[in-house]
Design a protein around this ligand. Structure first.
Ligand code: HEM
Length: 412
């Protein structure tokens, strides 16, 4: 694409951000240009939106900024670099189709329904900690932040327990291993098997309904007719995708932060009521979803620049969270920051319907760690991050040691 002279240009390569520090630095460099909306030539050229107000405005403006695969059915519409994922509904759709897709999942993940899963989140947090607590050492990723949210979501959806581990290995593996490695290839290939299993389970629920989320999705009706199998498949797939690795990354960030900042850990140990407020600061400062993309529907003026039909636009949750015009001392983690109107769950019609469940899982996991292994320390030398922080950032290994404890006998 030929650069257009009237547009502010920055040198932002999303794939070059191979660590959280590099990603934060890259976004800070874009913000430092003073252009809340700018153009980069990487990845075929796309707009980057970094100002808090501009990111929020673009998220809300679905009429100008489409989430659908408007021009290329094979290119993921909500990412500029990830082209191979199956269609993600309701995320990759616009109204009016979006309304019907979203209704399916909104009730399932309502605040009350999510609160109802708190007991299961606590159970699985204790269960996975029980497996390692006598050892006095574990990998907080493989042993805790991956299996806990995955177990909550896969149990609630109704997948057989014997399959949970390969499901979470696939979803975590896609983020945790560099593109081109055998591990990454294996994880990506497993998506096809996940899709097959989702299809089989949805068909099974149509034949024999049960009390689980897969049944609700399979039997959901729009205007008196059951939704198409392809739509149900896509919604179920996105629910698994959204439900597994994002909360993993969110909790990993908090556990690493508390290991590195003992004063914040002490404050949470002394005052458990602080956790809900601290939760929002973890989300602002370490947003697991770093960016989401959109497509310009028609030529338009936005924040002083001219955008052309079909151009891609990357909205940065990561940059918006560090905008000084929205957050005092935005570059500093303030454990009791309040108010805290971060954009980690997006905003507007696509705002994350899983946000309530994510907070329930997160608070149960952090509370369980602080209650049962309060002196845990993560070895900085063993910390490994995801290989790219373009869309989702997180941790591959967080090796920890702690004073050994006893398993909870009642859990079995
Ligand atoms: C900390 C954890 C999570 C974060 C940071 C997160 C982030 C987000 C963001 C930023 C969006 C908006 C995307 C856009 O506007 O294009 C979103 C949408 C979505 N998320 Fe989450 N999410 C999390 C957890 C979950 C969970 C636990 C689930 C389900 C169990 C879930 C399911 C979804 C779905 C279905 C959508 C699409 C909604 C729509 O398009 O209407 N997410 N998420």
């Amino acid at each position: 694409m030929t650069p257009v002279p009237d547009r502010p240009v920055v040198d932002l390569d999303l794939d070059a951000a191979t660590s959280r520090a590099a990603s934060d630095a890259a976004w800070a460099a874009v913000r430092a240009t003073g252009c809340p909306v700018a153009w980069t030539e990487h990845d075929g050229g796309f707009w980057v939106v970094t100002g808090y107000d501009e990111v929020a405005a673009a998220f809300r403006d679905w009429e100008r900024f489409s989430s659908a695969r408007l021009y290329d059915p094979d290119q993921c519409a909500i990412s500029v670099s990830n082209g191979t994922v199956p269609l993600l509904l309701p995320e990759e759709s616009d109204p009016p189709e979006w309304n019907d897709h979203r209704r399916t999942i909104a009730t399932l993940l309502s605040p009350a329904a999510s609160e109802h899963l708190r007991g299961r989140a606590r159970y699985w947090a204790d269960h996975y900690l029980d497996r390692v607590i006598a050892r006095g050492a574990c990998d907080l990723v493989d042993d805790f932040t991956v299996p806990v949210p995955a177990s909550v979501v896969l149990e609630w959806m109704g997948f057989p327990r014997s399959e949970w581990e390969w499901f979470w290995t696939a979803f975590h593996g896609v983020s945790a291993h560099p593109n081109g490695t055998p591990e990454h290839r294996k994880a990506t290939e497993a998506y096809a098997d996940v899709m097959t299993r989702i299809t089989e389970e949805l068909r099974d629920r149509v034949r024999a309904p049960r009390d689980d989320a897969l049944t609700t999705i399979a039997l959901h009706e729009v205007h008196g007719e059951r939704i198409a199998e392809d739509v149900a498949k896509s919604i179920a797939f996105l629910t698994v995708t959204g439900g597994i690795d994002t909360t993993t990354s969110f909790t990993g960030a908090a556990l690493l932060h508390l290991s590195e900042h003992p004063a914040d850990r002490t404050r949470l140990l002394v005052d458990a009521d602080l956790l809900p407020v601290a939760t929002e600061e973890f989300l602002r400062y370490y947003p697991p979803a770093r960016t989401h993309a959109r497509t310009v529907r028609d030529d338009t003026e936005f924040a002083g620049v001219t955008m052309r039909r079909g151009e891609r636009v990357v909205l940065s949750e990561a940059a918006a969270g560090r905008d000084e015009s929205a957050f005092v001392d935005a570059g500093t983690f303030v454990v009791d920051r309040d108010p805290n109107r971060h954009l980690a769950f997006g905003v507007g019609i696509h705002r994350c319907p899983g946000s309530h469940l994510a907070r329930v899982e997160f608070t149960e996991m952090v509370t369980t760690v602080l209650r049962r292994i309060p002196d845990y320390t993560i070895d900085p030398a063993g910390v490994e991050e995801y290989p790219t922080w373009s869309m989702v950032g997180g941790w591959r290994h967080l090796p920890a040691t702690f004073t050994p404890g006893a398993p909870i006998a009642a859990l079995g």
